[in-house]
Ligand binder design. Structure first.
Ligand SMILES: Nc1ncnc2c1ncn2[C@@H]1O[C@H](COP(=O)(O)OP(=O)(O)OP(=O)(O)O)[C@@H](O)[C@H]1O
Ligand SMILES: [Mg+2]
Length: 362
């Protein structure tokens, strides 16, 4: 799939802008604070219904306006699709697909898939388990509405359960009331765990391959899902999940939060058997992150039959020559949008100059 056209109105520092993109390599070059990341953000927003930078959508509205608007045309195998998103100053979002209003932002799922990479994404390697779950969840949510739905449900139930645990009710009352939430948590949680296991199993081989290439066949990358429950079918997982919640009851009431569940899981990333999070060099960590992203691209291609759009914000300058070359070679088979201050690679591309909230094709 590829993005044909993007129109922004009062989105960050853009007042009114239309950009027609090339199906190949698109370079957005400009000085600091010109609007490059803002442009990348608008595309991410159109794909996922949220910003990679903030949970407050209204921050994306231009400071002198009351509403931000983004309209984007995606070319796909069988037909084009048009995404329109509006954000108002009460943080409300409105979505139209092919001109028709949608009641849920989740209707966006699958219309436009992006794989996004920015220097911030290194967090996925360096920081706590939450960042790795975020990576897995964003990827799975783009592939499956059902996953998104289950994750939302799980998080809601979890919040309710934690609220009860903090409410100060006695043990007996808690025993009776938690029971209702536990069944739901186990239902959605087991589905999530199964999906994550399957996802990481597929991603593992693809990430191994890309890391192998990226490191000049020197390093072996391995992934595994770190979950308190071993791999099993959904039914067994659901049963084990419910039992584990029961066993954790005393601990939960003591600590006043839910200590068991897939909200605590992690993904182990090792290079040559060494935990890359703790012991990896900067370069190894960056390569591992990049390998995961490449694997994600391949997986999207396999799962949906269409390659996603690759969005690289400000990452070229951080890579050595070999990795840069590999990245560019890799991106030749899909639409790629790269932001940078300067571009001097010898490769076919369409250049856009960004300055002060305007984009001009060079
Ligand atoms: N809601 C908003 N309304 C108007 N301007 C905004 C808004 N949010 C951010 N900006 C401004 O947009 C400008 C461009 O930001 P952006 O992050 O896109 O820069 P950039 O081109 O990626 O720069 P760098 O090379 O430093 O990463 C910044 O000066 C920022 O202050
Ligand atoms: Mg930037």
């Amino acid at each position: 799939m590829f993005i044909k056209k993007v129109t922004l109105k009062d989105f960050r520092n853009y007042r009114q802008q239309t950009v027609e993109l090339d199906p190949g390599l698109n370079i957005f070059a400009g000085e600091n604070a010109s609007g490059k990341t803002n442009f990348a953000e608008s595309i991410y927003f159109a794909a996922l219904g949220k910003s990679p930078r903030t949970n407050h959508s209204k921050e994306m509205i231009n400071w002198s306006a009351k509403q931000a608007y983004i309209n984007l045309t995606v070319g796909k195998k069988f037909r084009d699709h048009e995404i329109t998103l509006l954000v108002d100053n009460k943080d409300k979002k409105k979505l139209l697909l092919d001109g028709l209003p949608c009641s849920r932002i989740s209707d966006l799922v699958g219309v436009l898939n992006v794989v996004y990479f920015s220097p911030d994404e290194l967090k996925m390697i360096k920081d706590g388990p939450q960042e790795r779950r975020r990576f897995i969840d964003i990827s799975l949510c783009q592939q499956s509405k059902n996953y998104l739905y289950s994750l939302q449900k799980y998080n809601n139930v979890l919040a309710q359960r934690n609220k009860l645990l903090k409410s100060g009710f006695g043990i007996n009352t808690l025993k009776e009331t938690l029971f209702v939430w536990d069944a739901q948590l186990a239902k959605y949680g087991s589905y999530i765990i199964k999906k994550r296991y399957d996802f990481i199993e597929k991603l593992k081989n693809l990430a191994f391959e890309s890391h192998n290439k990226l490191s000049g066949e020197k390093e072996k990358l391995s992934l595994s899902y770190e979950c308190a429950l071993g791999y099993d079918d959904e039914e067994n997982l659901q049963r084990e999940f419910a039992e584990s919640l029961k066993s954790a009851f005393e601990k939960d009431t003591e600590l006043n939060f839910t200590t068991f569940g897939c909200h605590r899981d992690d993904m182990d990333i090792t290079v040559d058997g060494i935990d890359v999070r703790k012991y990896g060099s900067q370069g190894q960590q960056r390569s591992a992150a990049l390998s995961l992203k490449f694997a994600e691209i391949d997986l999207f291609g396999e799962e949906t039959g269409e390659k996603p759009v690759l969005l690289l914000d400000d990452v070229l300058s951080e890579l050595d020559e070999n990795r840069r070359a590999r990245l560019i070679e890799m991106s030749s088979s899909l639409q790629t949008i790269i932001t940078c201050t300067e571009f001097d690679e010898k490769v076919d591309h369409t250049l856009f100059k960004v300055s002060n909230g305007t984009v001009k094709k060079a």
